[in-house]
Design a protein around this ligand. Sequence first.
Ligand SMILES: Cc1ncc(COP(=O)(O)O)c(C=O)c1O
Length: 390
Amino acid sequence: MKPEVAGRLNGIGEYYFSQKLREIEELNKNGEPIINLGIGSPDMPPPPEVIKVLQDESAKSNVHAYQSYKGVPALRKAIAGWYQKWYGVEVNADTEVLPLIGSKEGIMHISMAYLNEGDEVLVPNPGYPTYRSATLLAGGKCIDYELKEDNGWEPHFEALEREDLSKVKLMWVNYPHMPTGQAPSREIFEKLVAFGRKHNILICHDNPYSFILNEKPMSLLSVEGAKDVALELNSLSKSHNMAGWRIGMLCGNKQRIEDVLRFKSNMDSGMFLPLQLAATKALTLDKKWHDELNTIYKKRREKVFELLDNLDCIYNREQVGLFVWAKIPGTYLDGYALSDDVLKNARVFITPGGIFGSAGDKYVRVSLCSTEEKFKEALDRIAKISVQKA
Ligand SMILES: Cc1ncc(COP(=O)(O)O)c(C=O)c1O
């Protein structure tokens, strides 16, 4: 159809979940509603005091104007304080912090700020699909680095070093890792910083899961000298139950923040002030609040383990984050086949691991963002079909 879409959309499909949700809606029109255990969108609210700030502030008459592109000082200070308190990392609130409309947009901004046509980018396989699409949209070339279970889902640095890395500009990393649930270690963070320094690669760490079922939140920026070679994205989406609010942040050295702001300030404007002030409040939540949230996720995770036992899947009980990642039994060709079977016969949706890259083909991912009752119901439905299969 004329006019044709731009060439940059070649190879970029509709986001998997956007398509799948339409299919689920169709299925919902006939028969029992599908239980959707796919998306990692927290189903619980942020605490009332955070919502109250949004309510009170938005009722004022003088808060509706455009805001600074860099975010208000109160939010930037709160982000710096949060990094200090939880990660032991010092960032300068004026120069080393940039509030974002979610970390997803930050992935695009970083790609647009740094990539020229043909520049290479190391992307994890399996990994969050946006690293790949943002790279392609910005004209870059994705170089997969495979993460393997027997290597603790860590990059194989020796294998990477045998490759020609001269055109690689960025490397996307993400620990706690989505979708495998692998927690970070000090050693892996140190290795990443050393790797970035040695090869002049900007290490882009995406860190939205550090508070979920993870005893010790860690930042890549806590490694000595990390700011020279790394940027870190973070988010209130999962840690504070604020996914729909769209609040994230980028931390890194002054020059990098200015680079990204040069692009971002031409794309959007500052966030609604009451949102920024409510986010400021959210960043002061204490350990008790996070512990209570994690107690709920822990109970849900037990149910998900049971559900996966019913499907003969194998998983690591030590994994962290908002999902459970599990290896499928040999009776299924791949995670798509298992997911389709469960969707069709049990009317439960679980995510096939292959959407995160070919290395995820033999896996599925189950989200913890449903109530315990829903998990029980899903378990009942799945138990019935497992019996049929046997
Ligand atoms: C690894 C990873 N990074 C980033 C995001 C996006 O988070 P945000 O809501 O902050 O844009 C997600 C959301 O699912 C994710 O899984």
